[in-house]
Design a protein around this ligand. Structure first.
Ligand code: SF4
Ligand code: SF4
Length: 182
């Protein structure tokens, strides 16, 4: 039995998670702006831990891919998480940004502040800057802090801009499971 209860969205940037079961599946989620790099200490992410970062540094790490603002389905039995192409109602898909970032946790109660729930990385995409740094890796070449341009994440095909579907247009999340190559 599929439970698509109020989306369990997690993150600052919270991904949105609902529960699913496999049988049903077979039936059928502030980003850096251009110029932000120059306002920050050079390559601060190589010199500080995530916990040591200022709020500005922390926020600038988000590459603006929007992946974490997609609904996800969690297998009730195994805990496996599947991504869908369905975006949270507050996501501006063209810009891949939350339209009410400061109020997001009030407007979408399940949206977690990643900085407060930092141990919950398993559902973050492999390209996510927070996950990469937490794993001891560097940012990717297309990251706006490396490229100096917010558009580079879209040009690299990493963002959800080209395929995300607004939540208002979807009846059944299980019809929109996606598989992406990180
Ligand atoms: S409330 Fe905003 S940050 Fe949270 S999942 Fe929705 S669009 Fe993303
Ligand atoms: S970089 Fe991470 S936190 Fe930022 S939008 Fe992408 S997945 Fe979400």
């Amino acid at each position: 039995m599929v439970e698509l209860e109020p989306p369990l969205c997690q993150q600052r940037i919270a991904p949105v998670i609902a529960l699913y079961d496999e049988a049903h599946l077979n039936d059928s989620r502030n980003f850096p702006q251009d110029g932000a790099k120059s306002q920050l200490n050079k390559a601060f992410w190589r010199e500080k831990t995530l916990a040591q970062m200022s709020e500005q540094e922390w926020e600038s790490l988000c590459d603006g891919c929007g992946k974490c603002c997609l609904y996800k389905l969690e297998d009730e039995d195994t805990g496996e998480i599947l991504y869908t192409g369905v975006a949270c109602k507050l996501l501006d898909i063209e810009r891949c940004r939350c339209t009410h970032y400061r109020q997001r946790c009030d407007l979408v109660p399940e949206c977690l502040d990643l900085r407060r729930g930092f141990d919950q990385f398993r559902w973050l995409p492999a390209t996510c800057a927070y996950r990469l740094l937490a794993q001891g890796e560097d940012l990717r070449a297309w990251h706006p802090l490396i490229s100096g341009r917010a558009e580079s994440v879209h040009e690299a095909g990493v963002s959800v801009r080209s395929f995300a579907i607004p939540e208002s247009q979807v009846k059944d999340l299980t019809d929109h499971v996606i598989e992406w190559l990180d």
